[in-house]
Design a protein around this ligand. Structure first.
Ligand code: G3P
Length: 220
């Protein structure tokens, strides 16, 4: 499973990148707005840190607006993926861009039908929002399982990015369901490697070590 970071915060990206855990980055207008920086500048900086795909979202609504923006954004770096919202104009945009070799990530997917449409239109990635599906009383992970099955049934090449990941459970269940990628907020990721029993175990080992004669430390 690939891990993308769902953030535009440079410190978070650098910290997690040092662990070798970052395969890509996703952003959206909300995430960009949090950084209070120029859109192009921050995206280019992320692209210079991370080798993998970096998603940057269009804000246009019509096909013409989105295609125009996408062509500009795609030129910023070789690893750019243009994020397009799941609308009729969005599907038309994806179809045009895919023929130009521009990679796309269709975002705000909440149903199997939407995911299937995006894959058919030529999306490189599709982003179902598990947390927001749960928010409306449906099952976000079931959506991932069903999308995985449908893409497999018809051998679509679109990869599933599990988005709106809020909990460790979301990540674990998306992995079990076979989602290709999970995009994880920078604040959630450190919780994935923490466990209270690990911390207790380390504490206990350090306590017990105090009873061992001190020859090893003198070698350091
Ligand atoms: O990956 C999409 C994400 O940025 C939205 O997350 O928690 O606002 O639904 P959330």
């Amino acid at each position: 499973m690939e891990f993308f970071l769902d953030t535009a915060n440079i410190e978070e990206i650098k910290r997690i990148n040092r662990l070798g855990l970052v395969n890509g980055v996703t952003t959206n207008p909300t995430i960009i707005a949090k950084e209070n920086r120029d859109f192009e500048e921050v995206i280019k900086e992320i692209c210079s840190i991370v080798e993998g795909p970096v998603s940057a979202e269009v804000i246009g609504v019509t096909t013409n607006e989105m295609v125009k923006e996408a062509r500009v954004i795609a030129d910023w770096a070789p690893n750019i993926v243009v994020k397009i919202p799941m609308t009729e104009a969005g599907l038309e945009t994806v179809n045009i861009l895919s023929k130009e070799g521009i990679k796309t990530n269709v975002t705000l997917i909440f149903s199997v039908a939407q995911g299937l449409m995006a894959a058919k239109a030529g999306a490189t990635y599709i982003s179902p929002f598990v947390g927001r599906v749960d928010d409306i009383g449906e099952d976000g992970i079931e959506l991932i399982q069903n999308l995985k099955q449908v893409l497999r049934n018809y051998q679509y090449t679109a990869k599933i990015i599990t988005a709106s990941v809020r909990t460790i459970g979301h990540l674990e269940k998306a992995a079990v369901a076979g989602a290709d990628i999970a995009t994880i907020p920078g604040t959630l990721l450190p919780k994935l490697w923490k466990h209270p029993l690990t911390d207790n175990g380390i504490q206990q080992f350090l306590e017990d070590w105090k009873r061992v004669p001190k020859r090893f430390e003198t070698l350091l």
